[in-house]
Design a binder for this molecule. Structure first.
Ligand code: ATP
Length: 232
């Protein structure tokens, strides 16, 4: 299986602190991969390297065959990114946010995102600040989908949501995956959040890759999977 994302011997240092140390992993094309690890494990740092928000201190990162930092015009328009806590401007209306993307990305499909949100009963004329957390998460997902991405990177997208909104969000994401060729890398503190939707797993701890591979193979050998804590 080819890899949509490769990370080779990557380390990232902030001042005196190493956020990542000698990380090597691949995200297979077409996989839905969970990136799990405790607070401070380096998940956000790794995801930011993939979307070009920062660059490695050492090592190489490749997404869709190119470096997000040195070849951004080739790579970045093809990556959908849902940032942690969905930092959306609260004063903008949802339809205004959908319209802005047209000027930034030639791949932008505004009507796809509009239809997507209408199907989920998200009010397009409302300001983002008036939406619930679950609705904001759906808007963040729709903004990523509007790019018609080949790779989707999501940073703890459901962490702050209540159990119902979390389920609805993950359901939406799975529908997006089912409708198009998409490689997904999604972080969480808890594997239990993601185990229902992921087929591959990367476990980070203290800046290092502890485990990587197909989730069923890892689960069989490590007894990692546990039921979701009280959200069923
Ligand atoms: P969380 O689950 O809490 O979001 P994480 O697994 O996403 O954690 P990171 O946010 O990548 O982990 O942080 C990894 C380490 O790097 C932490 O020790 C953090 O304090 C440090 N770090 C991250 N970003 C910066 C920065 N911009 N400047 C300095 N240190 C940073």
């Amino acid at each position: 299986m080819s890899a949509a994302v490769t990370v080779e011997q990557v380390s990232k240092r902030y001042g005196a602190r190493w956020a990542l140390q000698d990380c090597t992993l691949e995200v297979p094309t077409g996989s839905v991969t969970a990136l799990v690890g405790p607070n401070g494990a380096g998940k956000t740092t790794l995801l930011h390297l993939l979307v070009g928000l920062t660059e490695p201190t050492e090592g190489r990162v490749s997404v869709l065959g190119a470096s997000p930092r040195t070849d951004p015009t080739h790579v970045l328009p093809r990556i959908g990114f849902v940032a942690q806590d969905h930092p959306l401007e609260p004063r903008f209306r949802v339809d205004e946010m959908l319209a802005v993307g047209r000027r930034l990305n030639p791949r932008w499909d505004e009507s796809l995102a509009r239809d997507w949100l209408r199907e989920r009963q998200i009010p397009l004329a409302d300001r983002v600040g008036a939406l619930s957390g679950g609705q904001r998460a759906q808007v963040a997902l729709a903004l990523a989908i509007a790019k018609r991405p080949e790779v989707m990177v999501l940073d703890e997208p459901a962490a702050a949501l209540d159990p119902l909104a979390r389920r609805e969000f993950l359901q939406s994401l799975m529908e997006a995956v089912a409708e198009r060729e998409l490689t997904v890398l999604m972080s969480s503190h808890l594997l239990a959040d993601l185990e229902r939707v992921c087929d591959h797993l990367v476990v980070l701890a203290a800046g290092g890759v502890q485990l990587v591979g197909p989730i069923d193979e890892i689960a069989a050998s490590h007894r990692l999977l546990v039921g979701p804590p009280g959200d069923e």
